[in-house]
Design a protein. Structure first.
Length: 116
């Protein structure tokens, strides 16, 4: 089977698309934003986000599976942290991009608030 250039390009972009898909949930972004300030316990993240512990744990499990978050046991508890400093840069760049585009992304009919 011959792969066309467009098929090849899409194949190369799949990991990037998966990365952005893993970041596409507001709760997961909230978890990451909280972890940008350092290691946290699930209870701390839950309190700051105002979400159920089970919800936060599910999002942390997703982020761990993607290797974006690491866990470190401490006694009977666990501390979660970001695994790659590049994630800090990505999230900060996203914040700057959102500042630069104003409400354009939010108002986008395909991906903004109105699309949900």
């Amino acid at each position: 089977m011959t792969v066309s250039t467009s098929d090849s390009a899409r194949s190369v972009l799949k990991p990037a698309a998966a990365l952005f898909h893993s970041l596409a949930d507001p709760a997961r972004l909230g978890v990451l934003q909280i972890l940008m300030s350092g290691e946290k316990r699930v209870a701390e993240i839950t309190e700051q986000l105002g979400l159920a512990q089970s919800t936060v744990s599910q999002h942390l499990a997703c982020l761990r599976e993607c290797e974006l978050v690491a866990v470190r046991p401490v006694g009977r508890s666990s501390l979660y942290s970001l695994t790659h400093p590049e994630l800090f840069d990505l999230l900060r760049s996203a914040e700057r991009l959102l500042d630069a585009t104003g409400e354009s992304v939010t108002l986008c009919k395909n991906y903004g608030a109105a699309s949900r």
